[in-house]
Every structure is written in structure tokens, then in C-alpha cells.
Ligand binder design. Sequence first.
Ligand SMILES: Nc1nc2c(ncn2[C@@H]2O[C@H](COP(=O)(O)OP(=O)(O)OP(=O)(O)O)[C@@H](O)[C@H]2O)c(=O)[nH]1
Ligand SMILES: [Mg+2]
Length: 363
Amino acid sequence: MSGRSPAAMRKKVLLMGRSGAGKTSMRSIIFANLIARETSRLSATLDVEYSTVRFMGDLVLNIWDCGGQEVFLESYFEAERDSIFRDVAILIYVFDIKSAEVEKEFINYERCIKAISRDGQDARVFCLVHKMDVVPPERRKVVFHAKESEIISRSRGLDTRCYPTSIWDETLYKAWSSIVYALVPNVEALGLALSGLADACDADEVVLFEKATFLVVSSRTRRSHRDKHRFEKMSNIVKQLKLACMGSASHLDSVQIANSRFRAILVPLTATTIVMIVTPRPGPAAGLCLLNAAVARPEFDRILLHSAEGGGAAAAASAAAPVAASEAGAPADGVGASAAADAEDSFRQDAAGGDHAVPAMSH
Ligand SMILES: Nc1nc2c(ncn2[C@@H]2O[C@H](COP(=O)(O)OP(=O)(O)OP(=O)(O)O)[C@@H](O)[C@H]2O)c(=O)[nH]1
Ligand SMILES: [Mg+2]
């Protein structure tokens, strides 16, 4: 894409917390395709590890993963204070629920809060109450809420969000999706465009994932569902599937999951996003959904480009016309239209309807 200003979209993300809290593990799972069990091989981060992650094409996250050993902390708060805490867009503070030094963690947290709130900086704070897998499931809610209250009371009034997390389940995706949601510009326009796509497909739900991380960027729901964590579970499952495919030198392009009650299609939408369209069964044809995704693609491209150029929600107004079932001429249950093939060259349709997932793979 031309005419954009890369510098305009750079955001500094500070990752802090005691040594061994799990900062590098999380970062590596989300952004570097590490799998959870491989994190036990990570060694302690020495000083600050910088990484640059391009997200949704034009949002560049400068992640400062700050090693949490005492010796480094002292330096962050003293000699390096200016460079570490200057221009922070987001502070992610990781609290290790296993830590025996609870008060010490809070004191360091308060020092971070103090450092980023000087000069009226407009940083957002996300606190991850991490390693929740070691807490018995029946106690997790209580343990988390107690920690959350204490964190909020020690945040000096800064806008602070807390999430329970573990690298072993979808909570990791929930928290990091919320973090990137705070950074992605033009989320309103993306939401509007998703609503249009959901209406056009007569879908129960449409979810937009970032392609590399599989974090949820935006979603629209037209019919309620009792599982609140279904999107993050999908992120987790599809990311694992993608990694398994990579392990066998294959490439995951798209997925269909269908049973007698619903069909979920995951298909690339733009160069940096994947959309999941969930429709009831019996219901609209898969081909119709693919066709509408193809029709909507330029609109999403425009919104994302517009975001990079600092535009507003108006980008959503220039929507391409959706395709109704009758116009598409698609068969009741199949991928029929040729434009649908354009939507995803290597998309493979599922066989006629049992409970299964069919990843399309190319070598
Ligand atoms: N049980 C459990 N262990 C975790 C979790 N996340 C990370 N770990 C483990 O915690 C250990 C330390 O993780 P790191 O990611 O290296 O910790 P860090 O915060 O980067 O530590 P420093 O670099 O020293 O600041 C590793 O053995 C991980 O496998 C989690 O959610 N649950
Ligand atoms: Mg580390």
C-alpha cells in the first residue's frame, strides 16, 4: 500500500513484571509461534529485549520485554528511567499468581505506574494475573477478583484493565485480543463493515482475526450464544492447527466446520485478516458467504489503509454492495459461484455436512 506513513502507526508496548512471571512466554506464543510447552526452555531475559511486530499490516508494535530480575529493575527505575518510560502507549504488567513476594510485586507495579503517569502521558494499563492454571478451577474467580481489586486500588486512578491468563488455555488470547483492540485504529469502521457482511450472509456471527497471531480484532453477533469464550477458543484451536500444518511444511488457508446446526467458515479476507462467518443450518450456502467475503474485501482494504493514513469511520460508508442468495445463484449447500473461488483460491469445501473440520492446505 502506498502513501502511508509508517511512523504514524508505531506504538510502544512495555512488558513488565517479576522475573519468571511469564512475559517472554506470552510474547513468544502470540507473536513468534512458540507453543506453550516450549516456553520451559526460555532463559531469563537480560535487560530489555526489543521486538517489532507488524500487526494488521500498518500497526507497528515496538515491544519492550523488560527482564524482571532485581538488578535490571533498579536500572529501569533509575539510570534508564527516561528511555524506558517515555512515550509508552501500553503498559502490560504481568503478575505471577505463584509469586511468594506479593507485596514486592505491587511496589514495583506502583513504581511503573508512577513512572508512566508523569508528564500526563496517555498510556493504557493492562494487568495480566498470570499462571491461573495453577489455581484450582473452583477458586479462580475469587482469586482473580481479589487480585484485581488490589491492582485497581494501587493504579493511581489510571485506566487499568485486568485479565486472568494462562499460556495453557484461551485466556491468553482473550487478554491479548483486548490489548490489540485498544491499539487498532478505526475499529468502529471495521465493526460497521462486519455488520454489513453479517447481514449480507444472514450470519449468526462474523469474527475478524489478525492473520499471523489469530487475535480477535473485531466481531459482530446477531444471535446470542452461551459460550462467552468461543472466539478465543477458536483463536487457540486454529493457531494450533496452523502451527501443526507449518510443522508438516503445509500452509493453512481456510477451514470449514459444520454440523447439522451451524457452519463456520474461516477464510482470508484481506492480506492481514481472516474472517470467520458462522451461519445456521439449514441456512445460507457456503458459496454465498465466500462471495460476500470477496465483495467486502475492497471495503476492508480501504478501512485498513484509511487507518494507516489516520482516517475515520467514514471509510465504512463506501461499502461494496453485498450479494443476496438469489443473485449469487449459489446452490443450497456448496461453493458454486466462480467469484467464490476468487475469494479463496485454495479453499476446499467440506463434504456434505457431518461434524468435522476440513483445513485446506497447500504445499
Ligand atoms: N504454569 C504456568 N507456567 C507458565 C505460564 N507462563 C509461563 N510459564 C512458565 O514460566 C517460566 C518463566 O517464563 P518466562 O516467560 O521466561 O518469564 P519472564 O517473565 O520472561 O522472566 P524474565 O525474562 O526473567 O523477566 C517458564 O518456564 C514458562 O514455561 C503459565 O501460564 N502457567
Ligand atoms: Mg523474559
